[in-house]
Ligand binder design. Structure first.
Ligand SMILES: C[S@@+](CC[C@H](N)C(=O)[O-])C[C@H]1O[C@@H](n2cnc3c(N)ncnc32)[C@H](O)[C@@H]1O
Length: 250
């Protein structure tokens, strides 16, 4: 069953289109695979009820007023929150920080909305669509106080490496949206992707490692275990955190 919206287009529980701003003719990093996964009844209800207040469709058509959206709080962008458990936990642990959480995964969007409602969180917004469009078209320069990319899809096959999010082209865009000193925090359990992350971040002129002496960061206490991390640990994977700050403007 689908529920009509104001302009009578069916929308939920099938969820918003995975990439409302998507154009398959445009060249950009494609770090996600559109997937149709089942939205549970409670996720569908959460989407239906809460999307209008806490949701944001990434249509690439306007620059967001983050100050108004988050009541003047500093804002951290989380890219690829999955089912959102870690996002909700971090938002509950630090209610003075706004979290703009983006993913294309509809069940996860419903899940995070439900978690945020149950915990009474007013510092989380759930964005639907491609983080690249969000960054490029909808966020102003120097608008973010931090960025989190936890367990991004590793795209293990060599021919898919170009789809990995953490690469020079992405970092160049991300750097423009981060305030000087703002930290990009990445974590992965994919050893060879961790090495790539370290290599491209070390080489990028706009970022500097916050770890004295360089290399991976010790796992910060503020990052909860994520769902994908748990799956990686079950397989015996080693997790690496990387914490790089946006360099001051030249
Ligand atoms: C491997 S999952 C990790 C989820 C979560 N961070 C965790 O650790 O459990 C990666 C997530 O990133 C999302 N994703 C990948 N590229 C994205 C993009 N360009 N914009 C928004 N979400 C993206 C995927 O849909 C997926 O849910």
């Amino acid at each position: 069953m689908s529920h009509p919206t104001r302009n009578n287009e069916p929308r939920f529980p099938d969820g918003p289109a995975p990439d409302p701003a998507g154009s398959h003719f445009e060249r950009r990093i494609r770090s996600f695979q559109p997937r149709r996964s089942r939205v549970t009844t409670s996720q569908g209800e959460a989407l239906e009820r809460l999307w209008g207040t806490w949701g944001l469709d990434i249509d690439g058509r306007r620059v967001l007023d983050l100050g108004a959206m988050f009541d003047g709080r500093p804002v951290v962008l989380e890219i690829g929150f999955g089912m959102g458990e870690a996002t909700a936990q971090m938002a509950a642990d630090d209610r003075d920080t706004g979290i703009l959480a983006v993913d294309v995964h509809t069940p996860g969007q419903g899940n995070l909305l439900g978690l945020a409602e149950r915990a009474g969180l007013d510092n989380v917004r759930v964005a639907n669509g491609d983080a690249i469009i969000l960054l490029r078209e909808m966020l102003a320069p120097d608008s973010l106080d931090g960025m989190r990319v936890y367990f991004p899809d590793p795209w293990p096959k060599k021919r898919h490496h170009k789809r990995r999010l953490i690469q020079a082209e992405f970092l160049t865009l991300a750097a423009t949206r981060l305030k000087p000193g703002a930290v990009l925090h990445c974590a992965t359990d994919w050893e060879e992707y961790a090495e790539q992350m370290l290599e491209v971040l070390d080489a990028h002129p706009d970022f500097e490692n916050t770890v004295p002496g360089g290399g991976y960061a010790p796992r910060p206490a503020f990052r909860p275990l994520t769902r994908f991390e748990g799956q990686g640990l079950d397989k015996g994977h080693v997790v690496h955190d990387l914490l790089f700050a946006r360099r001051p403007h030249a």
